[in-house]
Design a binder for this molecule. Structure first.
Ligand SMILES: [Zn+2]
Ligand SMILES: [Zn+2]
Length: 337
């Protein structure tokens, strides 16, 4: 088969690659694969543990070509999660499957014509894509699952106000999710005018942080002086995270959604944490239960993901797709082998 192989920092080569087989699970003919921030980081050589040569891509959907799993037939339209916890360790059993150190992963990425899914992932996460759901929408179950874990960890309740700081792809997905989960108000702080425009179309009130006005003062104005119940920082900038911690309502939650380099330190007001009882939290990844809920929501059109898909490339243009995905102007970039 053909695959877009990551062969060194900044290099992707479109090459012949040995055909995988179904193993004990499924072999899919890949129809769509999302380009994610993790892929971009790996491609730029900034992700330890993702060493070349390897095939990137973990947000995929495709048609079953071989099946060793009862209930899945050749020709089925299927998507599945790229990892699942072992299900047996302390973390898996205490509702922190995303932190399991013995996860089952895909053996190889999906920037390729074919991908095989081990039976453990099939049993826990594979789902059949309804006819009226596109390949690209199905692919978004994985990023949506990460948003579901994040918003759940914020103790989200219908009727609350969310402030989203940074409206990139994941920020927009969080806006969609909060709306589906009964947000009364959604506030978005985002420097890019195009993104603010889309956030407005998705029903949020928007703020330009470059304008010189104070984001916390603005967010209090929008919330009868209280502040948003939940603040999610979907940005890769520690100073921006620090600047929004004091925006949260008393008793509220601030979530660090964007990953920051390992040695990053934050300066936080002790008063805010103790006397205003604001929680500062973070999550990364998803649990199987989040992935399954994401798939259900997509299958039932509980979220409208179409506006978030900004570009499609054939597999041989993986390099261009990664370049575009790392630029400000894009939301979700898809590879369509
Ligand atoms: Zn991803
Ligand atoms: Zn585990």
């Amino acid at each position: 088969m053909k695959a877009a192989v990551y062969t060194g920092p900044g290099v992707i080569e479109f090459q012949d690659y040995p055909n995988p087989d179904a193993g004990d699970g499924l072999l899919l003919r890949v129809k769509a694969c999302g380009v994610c921030a993790t892929d971009v980081k790996a491609f730029l050589g900034r992700r330890h543990g993702m060493k070349p040569p390897m095939i990137l891509g973990h947000e995929f959907a495709g048609e079953v070509e071989q099946s060793k799993v009862p209930g899945f037939e050749v020709g089925d339209r299927v998507a599945a999660a790229p990892y699942a916890g072992c299900g047996e360790c302390h973390l898996c059993l205490s509702d922190h499957e995303e932190l399991c150190s013995r996860k089952v992963f895909l053996s190889s990425g999906a920037f390729a014509e074919r991908v095989s899914i081990p039976v453990a992932l099939v049993r826990k996460t594979a789902w059949k894509i309804p006819e009226d759901v596109s390949w690209e929408e199905a692919v978004l179950a994985e990023p949506l699952a990460c948003c579901i874990l994040a918003l759940s960890a914020c103790r989200w309740k219908p009727g609350q106000t969310l402030m989203l700081v940074g409206a990139g792809m994941m920020g927009m997905l969080l806006v969609e999710l909060a709306r589906a989960w009964g947000a009364t108000r959604i506030l978005v702080s985002e420097p890019d005018a195009k993104r603010r425009e889309l956030a407005t179309e998705l029903g949020s009130q928007v703020f330009d942080p470059i304008g010189g006005e104070d984001v916390c003062a603005w967010s209090r104005e929008q919330t009868e002086g209280i502040g948003p119940d939940v603040v999610i920082a979907a940005v890769g900038n520690a100073r921006v995270v620090e600047s929004v911690i004091d925006c949260a309502a008393p008793g509220g939650v601030v979530h660090m959604f964007g990953g920051l380099p390992r040695d990053t330190m934050l300066s936080v007001s002790a008063f805010t944490i103790h006397y205003r009882e604001v929680s500062l939290i973070g999550t990364s990844g998803y649990r199987t239960v989040d992935y399954r809920l994401a798939a259900e929501m997509i299958a039932n059109h509980a979220v409208d993901l179409k506006p978030l898909i900004s570009a499609r490339f054939p597999l041989e243009k993986a390099r261009e797709a990664l370049d575009l995905a790392s630029s400000l102007g894009s939301l979700k970039v898809m590879l369509m082998p």
